[in-house]
Design a protein around this ligand. Structure first.
Ligand code: SAM
Length: 329
């Protein structure tokens, strides 16, 4: 493996630098999963940021030669990523989700919620199935908003809606305020601090989106070092990951209009979710990462939620086959 000095001396093009960066990231076995799916994607994101190039313009510049100072800056960034073992977004201070840029730092989880994709794909398809009007929803709650990315994406996706976003963490909300102002959305998104639904007493929403802490204890113990740089409060969901989810499902109905929907990310915890709520009616909203990682639950299903012992079948909603889509029955 070339030393830093040798790399700065020998590498020429962006393509050369990316090859070196991927080799270096692989050599130190960095963990990915904060918005990039591979070491190559990770290297590309850092390289384009370092060169002040748009994140979607890789092909155009691959064979461009870099000045020595540019190579050195990129090499320094990659070396920090390898030695500090924090997500790249915490080093660059920004993260992109669905083509939208967010400020990112250790005050909140790096934006990567699967709900962001669902908003544009499977949720949009599901709303067609439910025959929601084009001006639905009028009131949206982003529960557990962290750095505010889902609140901002909901405001962009639903231009007629007023958005409330809340979180227990004051530092996360300070970052969310920066992101709301970055996107000029201060008049449409209000940020509130508090424990789950407590700050929303007496209010009803049409749509609640929530990416809660849902990582079970066993998975927490196995997370790569990079995830430990993120707030534990944002990830840990207790023994089966369902600690916060159980509270949310218990309280949400009181804050939902009659035709409201709760869209909840559960990640890799579908088995624990199905075991914890065997009689709950819901539909999975498929995303690229998996079929059973985001659920949609109607208000009427939550209002009849009771503990039960027998699992109930649920169905995935396919974004490509509208005729298959229906709420779980
Ligand atoms: C998985 S992160 C999601 C952040 C953001 N929505 C996103 O997708 O990037 C979960 C968030 O839940 C917040 N949280 C944890 N416990 C909470 C509670 N009891 N009440 C409100 N928010 C809570 C954490 O501070 C964290 O910001």
């Amino acid at each position: 493996m070339a030393s830093e000095g040798e790399a700065a001396q020998e590498l020429r093009t962006l393509r050369d630098c990316l090859r070196w960066a991927v080799s270096r990231l692989a050599q130190t076995q960095v963990g990915t999963g904060h918005g990039t799916a591979s070491l190559f994607d990770e290297a590309v994101a850092m390289a384009l940021w370092s060169l002040h190039l748009p994140p979607d313009e890789l092909d155009r510049w691959l064979d461009a030669r870099l000045a020595r100072s540019e190579r050195e800056a990129l090499i320094t960034l990659i070396e920090r990523r390898c030695s500090e073992r924090v997500p790249a977004a915490y080093l660059t201070g920004e993260a992109w989700l669905r083509g939208v840029c967010f400020r990112s730092d250790a005050r909140a989880l790096v934006p990567r919620s699967l709900i962001a994709e669902a908003l544009d794909t499977s949720l949009a398809a599901y709303l067609d199935v439910l025959q929601r009007l084009s001006n639905w929803p009028r009131r949206v709650l982003d529960l557990c908003t962290g750095g505010g990315s889902l609140a901002v994406l909901c405001a962009l996706r639903f231009p007629d809606a007023q958005i409330r976003a809340s979180d227990l963490s004051e530092p996360a909300l300070a970052l969310a305020a920066e992101n709301v102002s970055l996107h000029g959305l201060a008049t449409r998104i209000d940020l509130v601090q508090g424990d789950l639904l407590a700050p929303h007493s007496g209010e009803a929403f049409d749509l609640i989106v929530c990416n809660p802490p849902y990582v079970c204890d066993a998975s927490m113990a196995l997370l790569p070092q990079e995830f430990r740089a993120e707030p534990r409060l944002a990830l840990a969901g207790g023994p089966d990951g369902m600690q916060l989810v159980t509270r949310i499902l218990g309280e949400a109905a009181q804050h939902m209009a009659d035709d409201a929907l709760l869209v909840l990310e559960i990640g890799h915890e579908a088995t624990h979710f199905e075991r914890a709520f065997p009689k709950l009616e819901y539909a999975y909203l498929p995303v690229e990462a998996g079929e059973q990682m985001v659920v949609a639950i109607e208000a009427r299903a939550l209002s009849t939620l009771r503990p039960a012992s027998r699992p109930r079948r649920t169905r995935a909603v396919s974004p490509t086959r509208p005729s298959d889509r229906r709420p779980a029955a």
